[in-house]
Design a binder for this molecule. Structure first.
Ligand SMILES: [Zn+2]
Ligand SMILES: [Zn+2]
Length: 509
């Protein structure tokens, strides 16, 4: 360790051993012993492009979570959303760190380390809070005129039973079967596509594709609502949003329980979502002629105050800005609990989870296609607060000085998201008894048990965590830190192997 290893070499070795390559260093003060040391925390990124080992681990956890809930035969016991001590602690700690970061920024200092800490904490908090508000969004509180309220689609409706379990079937041989569904939902066509790129880019409906991607998660919400109404029970699902080759998001969904295939197709066909936003087809302000801030945005020529977001909503006509539906391609597959088929579906479901939506571009034609998609997204309003509304003569919600259309910084406009900024994994509240954090804990407990060590719950107040200052002498060069983690991983592996060998050796009489 005397010679610091080149970072890229250490990274390659770390990847081979499944060790995080972008660890976040934190100073940990042990309140019991008074000891203070610098500890590396895994970055936890779900994306391979950021950290392959963490992405792989994340995908495996998701697969375990999917498997756990798919064919449950007993109602999961859900203790609802009350924050655990651990969660509360995480949130409080994050608030402290945010305050420190803001102070640092005010003082003109370097905030990059604190930003890294905050990012890591956000991942932890999101995972800890996975159960609960599953789709992570709440509907608008505005009361809309009945004229604009979305009709319930024309679908059969069963009486609601208070169960989350699907039906079982008994076969002639007396065995009980527990069938479930694997569903794939796709967006409509925007023009003919070959090898993931439009045959005729000039007629390909990029605006339609962009708006569909932006509102895709709402359509999924609607689908679940309709599915439950038709099924007549509290249907549970584990779904992933993944990119198609043409770069549109689509949905794979493991559904607990079963419905007739024709009914699933009927539900998909009847599901739609209307976007009641102001128009965004004709630009009123562009180039150098942009609204200016004068305690609110005003027309640069006349000084007339632009309608605020709420005023613009009050003035909406009878037509929604956009209607999103699924395409004709609906794939419904019956799957039996515990079959190799079920395993195959779970692998398929998580196949692209480690890739961002706009990754994996194949050839020049597809790269051009992605670039045109990003162009179409550039001036498309992504949310009520998007600065792009200024282009269409409306003040964004919570307008503030400095907003420039075409320069929205939210995720949806970025090449790696291609319009879809929502969660990649959607898990219904009563899928299994466990959150992702609990699945993680399972693995840890398993390893510790195998090693013959008790897994004592850690006291959330035992440690005080602090970000490390740039140039902290206790933070070794990254190559050394990676090597240290690799050595630790190897020790665990060797220990586990020895235990396995011991249990495999026939006992001498
Ligand atoms: Zn990592
Ligand atoms: Zn935006």
């Amino acid at each position: 360790m005397a010679q610091p290893l080149a970072r890229d070499v250490a990274e390659e070795i770390a990847k081979l051993h499944g060790v995080c390559i972008r660890p976040v260093a934190l100073r940990r003060l042990d309140m019991t012993t008074g000891k203070s040391e610098v500890v590396d925390v895994p970055c936890g990124s779900p994306l391979e492009s950021k950290c392959p080992p963490c992405a792989k681990r994340n995908r495996q956890l998701r697969m375990a979570q999917c498997r756990e809930g798919w064919h449950l035969d007993e109602e999961p016991i859900i203790t609802p959303d009350e924050a655990t001590d651990g969660q509360r602690w995480l949130v409080e700690f994050r608030a402290d760190m945010q305050a420190k970061r803001d102070e640092e920024e005010k003082a003109g200092g370097d905030t990059s380390d604190l930003d890294a800490v905050l990012t890591g904490l956000d991942v932890e908090i999101n995972e800890a809070g996975m159960r609960g508000n599953v789709l992570g969004r709440t509907g608008s509180k505005r009361v809309r005129s009945t004229k604009r309220r979305q009709d319930a689609p024309d679908l059969p409706k069963r009486k609601m039973a208070s169960t989350t379990l699907g039906r079982t079937f008994e076969a002639a041989d007396g065995r009980t079967y527990r069938p479930s569904l694997f569903v794939t939902l796709t967006l409509p066509s925007y023009g003919k596509v070959m090898n993931g790129a439009p045959v005729d880019p000039d007629t390909y409906d990029y605006v339609g594709a962009a708006r569909d991607a932006l509102h895709f998660s709402k359509l999924v919400d609607r689908f679940v609502q309709n599915l439950r109404r038709v099924a007549g029970y509290d249907v549970q699902y584990f779904a992933t949003v993944e990119p198609q080759k043409r770069l549109a998001p689509h949905l794979h969904m493991a559904v607990r329980g079963t419905l007739p295939r024709a009914e699933m197709k009927q539900i998909a066909a009847a599901t739609y979502h209307q976007v009641w936003w102001p128009q965004a087809d004709e630009a009123r302000f562009e180039g150098d002629r942009l609204p200016i801030w004068n305690d609110g945005y005003v027309d640069p020529d006349t000084g007339e105050v632009l309608p605020t977001w709420d005023e613009a909503l009050d003035q909406l006509g009878d037509e929604p800005m956009h209607v999103i539906r699924f395409g004709d391609q609906v794939d419904v597959k019956g799957v039996l609990a515990g079959s190799p088929d079920a395993d195959r579906c779970i692998r398929y479901l998580s196949k692209y989870l480690t890739k961002s939506l706009g990754e994996n571009l194949d050839g020049q034609a597809q790269r051009d296609h992605a670039a045109r998609f990003v162009d179409a997204l550039r001036y498309e309003p992504c949310s009520p607060t998007c600065p792009n509304w200024l282009r269409y003569g409306v003040q964004p919600k919570n307008a503030k000085p400095g907003m420039v259309p075409g320069c929205c910084r939210s995720k949806a406009h970025k090449p790696e998201h291609l319009g879809y900024a929502g969660r990649r994994v959607l898990v219904s509240r009563k899928w299994s008894n466990k959150t992702l954090a609990e699945h993680k804990q399972d693995r840890r407990t398993w390893v510790l048990e195998a090693l013959g060590q008790a897994d004592e719950p850690t006291d959330p107040h035992r440690y005080v965590w602090q970000p490390v200052r740039p140039g902290d002498p206790d933070v070794s060069p990254i190559g050394v830190r990676l090597l240290r983690s690799i050595a630790e991983r190897q020790r665990w592996r060797a220990h586990l192997r020895r235990l396995e060998e011991l249990s495999a050796t026939p006992q001498a009489a």
